[in-house]
Design a protein around this ligand. Sequence first.
Ligand code: SF4
Ligand code: SF4
Length: 115
Amino acid sequence: MGKTDRGEHPLMFDDYTVDTVDAQWLQERVKPKRHIGLTAELCILCRACEDVCPWECIYMMDPAVIRDATNPEIKSLAETSGAVFIIDDAECTRCAICVERCPSDALWLGRVEGY
Ligand code: SF4
Ligand code: SF4
């Protein structure tokens, strides 16, 4: 017989039910609450981050890909930027290999607000 803060309990439980784990919930839970950040002024457009990512989920793209954006802030970025970085958040594991590889310290690992 084992003991917990709720008292004694049998070694094996038989009063449980098996539920299917929601894939979305699982994905959110297993990942650290971190995100990759970019200080654009430091980026030298070397593409080393793209090259080193083991999951091939960071992309340096032509700003033309967002030229049709309706958000004025994004539209202005498209007109004034040399490149747009996109990270596939579903694939990124927050391993920070790209952060380590970046030769100009333009990439950084940040905490998601509230965590
Ligand atoms: S943190 Fe890791 S998985 Fe995410 S973009 Fe960087 S290298 Fe790729
Ligand atoms: S590795 Fe750093 S400097 Fe090179 S493209 Fe990526 S963010 Fe820019």
